[in-house]
Design a protein around this ligand. Structure first.
Ligand code: C2E
Ligand code: MG
Ligand code: MG
Length: 428
């Protein structure tokens, strides 16, 4: 997008460098504030009315921003629909400085909420603003920008068209994340992961297998549940080595059961995340593990989620077929929570649908999610797929599921996920 306007007080900020003592923030100990402003609906406007109209909006936003601040303050456009306002010489007292900043922020929100005349179109636009205060020269511009960006994200989360301050709680979350990530990087080497096994039962009360669920046993944090670290592992790419470890550990377990009459028919289900599945050599990794441990591939079941199907579906289908041909099974986890198109569902070489526990939780004789559960079961039958319900906690739920035609179950009614020794004890 071209920038056809000029900003009166444009200072170029050098990222990563400390804020210079002279220059941007030079005045003694007085507080300053950095406001990160993002327009809420800019992309839609750009896409529907065109870039020229988008440019006009940006120009008018810039002018309005300038009219809200003093001569000494800085207004800059970062690119796209992101602006930065740097306020200087605020009160020395942090609470007063925060009040001053909030007042200016509110003024900006009011100004940017006024209708815009863009050529022949009258348009509306709202901003989300993240603010961070500073009063020393220790923080780099880069750090301040990150803080303001986090606060801006909070403003978006709070419903947009609003302002949020970066506060210590946000900082705590950011720090926690950083230290968690740091520890996560070392967790594999330090052998802090463990696989837990949750039994899966059939309608006759027999064990048919288990789902392998990862646990992180941290020396100080204790047992860290997957929802606290799997998303982080996915973002950082650490899910690749971690996922491979899970796969290999599950295969090693199947190997250990191979010559045991009581256990050799058990199937182990392993969760695979999208990022892992999309690796070019994922199928080869699975095949290598199966061969290395010399296991029967039909005992291994990979659990995928519907969210995986939103991108590169053809590639996913191809990988599934490759693995399916070697005997590997597939289950669609958390089924019903995503938006699988029936068109695709028919093309996926699945073996099983796993009814999400949110539906199971609500079924009761009085009605609730019963229709959804019945529909999923009917769908599974017509696609000739096996169906299992997860999160089965009560006998009533199990009976209803059985009545509706679902005869495989997993949930606290039978057992929580447990370490291998306990799982094996359960089988006896
Ligand atoms: P999921 O695959 O849907 O696993 C089922 C989750 O439901 C497990 O949580 C399990 O402990 C819990 N659960 C089972 N039965 C019941 C029940 O009766 N009631 C209730 N309230 N909960 C029940 P967990 O172990 O905390 O795992 C959460 C999620 O983390 C898993 O959801 C899965 O998406 C992910 N995950 C776990 N292990 C792995 C792994 O090795 N790799 C990947 N990529 N993801 C994993
Ligand atoms: Mg699962
Ligand atoms: Mg699930």
């Amino acid at each position: 997008m071209s920038t056809t306007y000029t900003l009166k007080t444009y200072h170029r900020c050098s990222y990563g460098a400390p804020i210079p003592r002279s220059g941007l923030v030079h005045r003694s100990k007085r507080e300053g504030a950095l406001l990160f402003i993002d327009l809420d609906n800019f992309k839609t406007l750009n896409d529907t009315l065109g870039h020229e109209i988008g440019d006009l909006l940006l120009q008018q936003v810039a002018r309005r921003l300038e009219s809200c601040v003093r001569e000494d303050d800085t207004v800059a456009r970062l690119g796209g629909d992101e602006f930065v306002v740097l306020l200087e010489g605020l009160s020395e007292h942090i609470s007063e400085a925060a009040e001053q900043t909030e007042a200016i922020g509110e003024k900006i929100i009011v100004a940017l909420n006024q209708p815009y005349q863009l050529a022949e179109h009258e348009c509306h636009s709202t901003p989300s603003i993240g603010v961070t205060l500073f009063n020393d020269h220790k923080q780099t511009m880069d750090e301040l920008m990150k803080q303001a960006d986090i606060a801006m994200y909070q403003a978006k989360k709070a419903g947009r068209n609003t302002l949020r301050f970066f506060d210590s709680k946000m900082q705590e979350n950011v720090d926690l994340r950083a230290s968690l990530e740091n520890d996560l990087r070392k967790a594999l080497d330090l052998q802090q992961f463990q696989l837990y096994y949750q039994i899966q039962m059939d309608g006759m009360g027999r064990a048919i297998g288990a789902e392998a669920l990862i646990r992180w046993i941290h020396p100080e944090r204790g047992l860290v549940p997957p929802f606290q670290f799997i998303p982080l592992a996915e973002e950082t790419g650490l899910i690749l080595p971690i996922g491979l470890w899970v796969l290999e550990t599950a295969c090693a377990q199947l190997k250990a059961w191979k010559h045991d009459a009581l256990r050799r028919d058990l199937t182990l289900a392993v969760n695979v995340s999208a990022r892992q599945f999309r690796q070019a050599d994922f199928a080869a990794q699975v095949q290598a593990a199966v061969q290395h441990y010399g296991i029967d591939p039909t005992r291994l079941k990979l659990e995928l989620t519907e969210s995986m199907l939103v991108k590169d579906i053809e590639d996913i289908i191809a990988i599934m077929h490759t693995l399916k041909e070697t005997g590997i099974q597939f289950s669609m986890d958390d089924f019903g929570t995503g938006y699988s198109s029936l068109q695709y569902l028919k093309r996926l070489p699945l073996d099983q649908l796993k009814i999400d526990m949110s539906f199971v939780r609500d079924i009761s004789v009085e009605g609730g999610n019963n229709t959804i559960v019945q529909t999923i079961i009917a769908m599974a039958h017509s696609l000739r797929l096996n169906v299992i319900a997860e999160g089965v906690e009560t006998e009533e739920q199990r009976e209803l599921l059985s009545f509706y035609g679902c005869h495989h179950y997993q949930g606290y009614l039978f057992s929580k996920p447990v370490p291998i020794e306990q799982f094996e004890a359960l089988l006896k």
